[in-house]
Write a protein of this length. Structure first.
Length: 126
């Protein structure tokens, strides 16, 4: 999976940095966005295979952005993983209903995180 393009959308700079470092170390090509608007700009010129999508974003939230991406023929096949610290009862179902392909809670386990991402990448081919 080395070289696969990944986009991380998270408004927390510490989360962005940590997840980016972990994925770059595994060989992924990683871009980051602090909100949905920047994510849309990046996606226009960078076709990620997988997006780690924070649910709680300023402005448009991650679930709304996921819905929009899954409705577009150009972006519907991107693997989108809900990436949230707000692991409340029903959140995983809401994420799935919005079109998320999986759900990862924060804080992440730095030891297993790369394998979890690789697992999602191998489950869903282009």
């Amino acid at each position: 999976m080395a070289g696969e393009p990944v986009l991380i959308v998270d408004d927390n700079p510490i989360n962005l940095k940590l997840t980016k470092v972990l994925l770059v170390k595994e060989g992924y090509e990683v871009k980051t966005a602090p909100d949905a608007e920047v994510a849309l700009e990046i996606i226009a010129g960078f076709k990620p295979r997988l997006i780690l999508m924070d649910i709680q974003l300023p402005g448009m939230d991650g679930l709304e952005l996921t819905r929009r991406l899954k409705e577009s023929k150009d972006t519907k096949n991107i693997i989108i993983l809900a990436f949230t610290a707000y692991a409340m009862k029903g959140d995983e179902e809401k994420a799935a209903a919005a079109g998320c392909d999986g759900y990862i809670t924060k804080p992440i386990d730095t030891q297993t995180f790369p394998a979890v991402i690789a697992g999602f990448m191998s489950k869903k081919s282009h």
